[in-house]
Write a new protein. Structure first.
Length: 237
């Protein structure tokens, strides 16, 4: 378990984590990762192919390796051992209770991860996210990640109940910037130990600086809105 603790400590080195899912950032992943590395982000979610592409730009960013095909294709495509050999700090897998083979796959992954000291982040979805999150935690997830939904704001005691850190993914809901930043402020104050950015619009200088301030600097929602409203600078080459 020491290996898991050390790897998680790198991702959550500042108590909270700011992560970007580069599988959803269609525009120039090399430049996006370069910007993230210089912005104070903690980790990036990558596929093995993207990791090969951006490896020279990672600097201090931790790597969370996606080892399945995501929501549309949840088969395991990469072993935990291979993720370890690629230098990943954690693996990300989709967890949706249902068919027995899905649960068996998740069990095999968490068993391998426990043996190798690799943290498992379970990406969950669905209306009954509370039950899915508990099941994922019960069967080996070290961190639970869920897409933003309004009822996440009401669950202030997830960590206390499950002993697992919670990440909220933002990007699918096209909220106006002020409303999004106010929502993120509430989430990191009350519910989530980290934010996963899954939209290219959130990975540009001003918005990224605003979200970094909310996650790591304890700024107010009003200050974050002011930062996000500053002129957008181009991503450096």
């Amino acid at each position: 378990m020491l290996g898991k603790s050390l790897r998680l400590r790198r991702i959550f080195a500042k108590g909270r984590a700011l992560i970007a899912d580069c599988g959803t950032l269609a525009e120039d992943p090399v430049a996006r990762v370069r910007l993230l590395a210089r912005s104070g982000a903690d980790a990036v979610v990558l596929t093995p192919g993207l990791l090969d592409l951006v490896a020279d730009e990672l600097e201090a960013l931790s790597v969370i390796l996606r080892i399945d095909g995501g929501l549309q294709r949840a088969q395991q495509l990469v072993s935990v051992q291979a993720a370890l050999e690629m230098g990943a700090e954690a693996v990300l897998v989709v967890f949706e209770p249902g068919p027995a083979d899905v649960l068996e796959r998740f069990g095999r992954i968490t068993e391998d991860a426990r043996r190798l000291g690799m943290p498992v982040i379970a990406s969950i979805s669905g209306e009954n996210w509370h039950e899915t999150a508990r099941l994922a935690a019960d069967f080996g997830a070290d961190v639970v990640q869920a897409r933003f939904a309004p009822d996440l704001l009401a669950d202030r005691h997830f960590l206390r109940r499950t002993g697992r850190q919670f990440l909220v993914t933002v990007g699918q809901h096209r909220l106006p910037k002020p409303q999004l930043l106010e929502t993120l402020y509430d989430l990191v104050q009350e519910t989530a130990q980290g934010v996963v950015l899954a939209d290219s619009a959130l990975v540009e200088h001003s918005m990224l600086a605003a979200i970094h301030g909310l996650v790591h600097q304890g700024i107010s929602a009003e200050e974050a809105i002011r930062i996000a409203s500053s002129p957008v600078r181009p991503i450096p080459a």
